[in-house]
Design a protein around this ligand. Sequence first.
Ligand SMILES: [Mg+2]
Length: 403
Amino acid sequence: MTKILVIEDEESVRENILDLLEAEDFETIAAPNGKIGVSIADNESPDLILCDLMMPEIDGYGVLAQLRENFTTSAIPFIFLTARAAKEDFRQGMELGADDYLTKPFTRTELLTAITTRLQRQAAIINNPISLADVKAYPKEMRIIENTLRRTIEEGKFREFQMYYQPIVDIKSGKMIAVESLVRWWSPKLGLVCPEELIPLAESTGLIIPLSDWILESVCKQTRNWLDNGLDALTSCVNISASQYIQPNFIHKVENLLSTYNLAPHYLELELTETTMMQDINKTIDILKKLKSIGINIAIDDFGTGNSSLIYLKQIPLNTLKIDNYFIHNLPEDNRKLAITKALIEMGHNLDLKVVAEGVENLGELRLLRHLKCDAMQGFLFTEPLPKPDFEQMLVSKQSLNI
Ligand SMILES: [Mg+2]
């Protein structure tokens, strides 16, 4: 049952709202002033708060400011109730992060519409993986995700992040040869946040550095763990962001991890997207040369959709070229994609690279890739990214792709 907290000092108004909400089957809690309201919000975690603006001692702004400060209450939808429809009040409330504003006296319909809209929006954030489109449409929700991410990372709650594993399979033998590690964020507050949403947000806020350090270490640790348990030693592929690898101590960090976990460098493959590499191509070449000289594998990821100049391709020290799933999707039905994919595979081979097709979903695509002599594939045809226990099951049973 949806729980609504009503913070209102005028008893008659408060009782009126409570009656109305209870008639609509909401569970209600009432607070006669701001101080009690804040403490109830903290203890009871209501689904929504209706709060009067003008109250003695702590007014509505004070309540909202305190709630937004507190981790457990910062994302509760908040609607102001006010007797004045003054523009300054409205703006100040919105700047503090209020979700809506109701001017008293309001009708039953106005109240219920405001509540339902807010609850629906909140439910959309909590229950569904947040898509980038949603995030763009709701800057307010984006702020919530951003704040939550910041707190999670600053408080070192990395247990909320989990690695998922997607095998990369050799197309000739059907055997797993590598595994890409992908991070997912299970936020108790937001639900599941996928890498496609998490990574750009982490990048834009600078949180990517501590997060990607944690990811890289987790991957090294896990690879060591599999080796210790006698499981097939696959190359561990990990996505590297632009701001991460241009850090002056990045190479040093990687070397440290290899020595801490006693890992031979060939167990690690760093994936950088074409777009990332092109941001500062000369610096990229420089850093990647050093990494490759240590013995680490380098892959160019999502190839074909960025705007890389092919001239650089022979200068970048690479081992692997990953063709973006855009070209693989519907490959047998699309002659243009087929022509491009064929050319990319040939080009990759001429440059001595292993070519991996991303996003392979069906047998038709696989057969064609095999015919085109693509080296390896990754995608739902074999498996989606798996949580650790499921992936380990595959490792133990040496599962392979039926070709
Ligand atoms: Mg990748």
